[in-house]
Write a protein that binds this ligand. Structure first.
Ligand SMILES: *Cc1c(COP(=O)(O)O)cnc(C)c1O
Length: 375
């Protein structure tokens, strides 16, 4: 049995080495490091895969969120509704731009923002909603878009964890997660479902005018070379990363299938266990299992995490501290929030190894050890 990792990028690389090495070598031979053909090729292929008019690449998923909020012309003090149960990047950029993060609850089943909680948090200052498709499960976008329409709010989907997921509307129409809101963002951090070998990110929109502003913001507010019409930033995907992504994008659906298969093996093994709730999969969301996250009840969650480590099995608590309890947000009134579902999840979730290369013997060993500890 190979050593078990949360994400096994080495084994994955071995299988695509020839293609990836060739792509990188081509960039080196052409010395086209910035905005080269590999980046153009990737943007086009990504937009086509996502079924969206514009895919604008940038330096990372955090920048993608920041650029999205800058391009929407939000003003200091404007309120942005976001879940507290998410990776810090989502909420951090709101504060960085001197907007006001308004933290709301997530649904205990899907780990995603609760539409009713959004409704209750809306004030005359609310300008945007940032749903996060956490762990690879989509938020309830149909309801969220309805709320946004009623209150004229922007929706920025943080799709760093659910690239490739399909969302099905009640009329049967399907769209890719990240292409439903005003803007969608994603990250190509190596461990993400579509990861490069460094940092990378992208922004999606179907709005031509907005796409133009997003491109300008990501490139020093430039409309043509050396003409800077607005304050922007410098956020680029480099060509070497694009070369890696060109190979991996073609494999994304295969990678998602591998993750979904691994999840089904775990699901079967843990089904009906009195202390374990396996990941819920709503009918509207195709789960892409960025993480495989259990909810444990009546069990020593941290004890399991430590026990697994002694058995050479990594496991992770995503996330041990919700945003509203981070010191970063103390001056934003973080401690005044009462988010019981978020706190409840924070104390009970544990994520098991999940990646495209999990072998049957590895999964059997993980499952045996989890059950051994919980029985
Ligand atoms: C990874 C991640 C980000 C940030 O992406 P980076 O590329 O690391 O900047 C943002 N939001 C969520 C939910 C993420 O998981």
């Amino acid at each position: 049995m190979l050593p078990i990792q949360m994400v096994d990028l080495k084994t994955q690389y071995k299988k695509i080495k020839e293609e990836v090495d060739l792509g990188i070598q081509t960039v080196l031979d052409n010395a086209s490091f910035i905005q080269g053909p590999a980046v153009q090729e990737f943007s086009t292929a990504l937009a086509s895969y996502m079924g969206v008019k514009h895919a604008i690449t940038c330096a990372n998923g955090t920048d993608a969120l920041q650029i999205a909020m800058m391009a929407l012309g939000l003003e200091p003090g404007d309120e942005v509704i976001t879940p507290s149960f998410t990776y810090v990047a989502t909420t951090e950029v709101i504060a960085l731009l001197r907007l006001k993060p308004v933290f709301v609850e997530v649904d205990k089943q899907t780990f995603c923002i609760e539409p009713e909680a959004i409704r209750k948090a809306i004030t005359p200052k609310t300008k945007a909603i940032v749903p996060v498709h956490l762990y690879g499960h989509t938020a309830r976008m149909e309801e969220i878009m309805q709320i946004a329409k009623e209150h004229r709010l922007f929706v920025i989907e943080d799709n760093a964890q659910a690239i490739g997921s399909d969302y099905t509307f009640s009329n049967g129409e399907k769209k890719k997660a990240g292409t439903i809101g005003t803007i969608g963002t994603t990250s190509f951090f190596p461990s993400k479902n579509l990861g490069c070998y460094g940092d990378g990110g992208a922004i999606f929109t179907n709005d031509d005018a907005l796409a133009n502003v997003l491109k300008m913001v990501a490139n020093h507010g430039q409309s043509k070379r050396y003409y800077h019409d607005l304050v922007g930033c410098n956020s680029r995907l480099d060509s070497i990363q694009a070369a890696v992504l060109n190979v991996k994008l073609k494999k994304l659906d295969e990678y998602i299938d591998a993750r979904r298969h691994a999840a089904s093996v775990y699901d079967k093994a843990f089904a009906g266990h009195p202390k374990i709730t396996t990941p819920f999969q709503a009918s509207y969301s195709k789960h892409v299992f960025h993480q495989y996250t259990l909810i444990l009840e009546g069990a020593d969650r941290n004890g399991l995490n430590e026990f697994l480590a002694t058995q050479q099995i990594p496991s992770m608590i995503y996330y041990p501290v919700p945003a509203h309890k981070q010191l970063m947000f103390a001056s934003f009134g973080g401690s005044e929030y009462d988010l019981p579902a978020t706190d409840w999840l924070t104390e009970r979730v544990i994520s098991l190894p999940m990646h495209t290369e999990l072998a049957a013997d590895q999964q059997k060993y993980i499952i045996d050890k989890v059950l051994e500890f919980l029985n």
